[in-house]
Write a new protein. Structure first.
Length: 251
């Protein structure tokens, strides 16, 4: 749909870091070592069942998700732009799964649950709609869209509001680990995207509220008291949204 190069990794316990980042191989003809690209050398990477592989393989994604590059045998290789990682995750506790480290979860901008949609069943009764998918935007247009989103204006009152929400997650009695600086930056970026989708060139508090739980929920580590009270991260974040005063921003 986006005219970008796509790769997919099916994560299993036997996937190794070099499958992700690539590796160097000796070339007899040239007498030198050459780099063989791994799955990350693309624009859009699907990490399928990401929590079924080892922590060592997970760590291979940390550099590329943050900096858009990989280092193999001391040599750095930049991935193409734009670069996006989409991951699916199996329910924790199912066979072969393990929790992702906090440092990796923090690199995912949002986490959403697709659920079991009736539309998914209805669309596939006679044919697979993916077979009729066509390119609707080019890679260059995606880069231009990213640039336009980045230029969306955020007033100081809204930035203060974002900071107050982040601080509230760090001081909440039921949260052990709150929103990090990286997560706070992601909240601003997603709020800009929400405003852009509504054809506005500035962010209002409602934009922040709409994306807050999707940006913050997977970054939270809850206290044992939250489990005793059977409260989820999203429920606690809803309470924080209700408690933190919303600024008045005039458009």
């Amino acid at each position: 749909l986006m005219g970008m190069e796509f790769n997919r990794i099916q994560f299993t316990p036997d996937v190794v870091p070099s499958d992700v980042t690539g590796f160097t191989m000796y070339d007899k003809q040239s007498g030198q070592f050459s780099y063989r690209a791994g799955a990350v050398m693309c624009n859009l990477l699907l990490a399928d069942e990401i929590n079924r592989t080892s922590s060592k393989t997970q760590s291979a994604l940390l550099e590329v998700m943050e900096e858009g590059r990989v280092t193999v045998d001391g040599e750095t290789h930049c991935v193409p732009s734009p670069f996006v990682v989409i991951a699916t995750e199996n329910p924790v506790g199912s066979s072969g799964t393990q929790l992702l480290p906090e440092s990796q979860l923090d690199r995912f901008m949002i986490s959403v649950s697709m659920g079991y949609l009736v539309e998914l069943l209805r669309d596939r009764q006679r044919e697979n709609p993916l077979e009729n998918a066509k390119t609707v935007v080019t890679r260059e247009e995606v880069l231009e869209l990213q640039k336009q989103v980045q230029e969306i204006y955020v007033a100081d009152q809204v930035l203060d509001y974002v900071a107050n929400l982040a601080e509230a997650t760090r001081n909440h009695e039921l949260i052990t680990l709150g929103l990090s600086p990286r997560g706070t930056l992601a909240l601003v970026r997603m709020a800009k995207a929400a405003a852009y989708m509504k054809e506005r060139d500035y962010v209002i508090p409602k934009d922040v509220q709409e994306v807050f739980k999707d940006v913050a929920a997977h970054r939270m580590i809850l206290d044992s008291k939250a489990r005793y009270q059977e409260k989820s991260a999203r429920e606690i974040l809803s309470e924080i949204l209700a408690d933190v005063a919303e600024p008045k921003v005039e458009g």
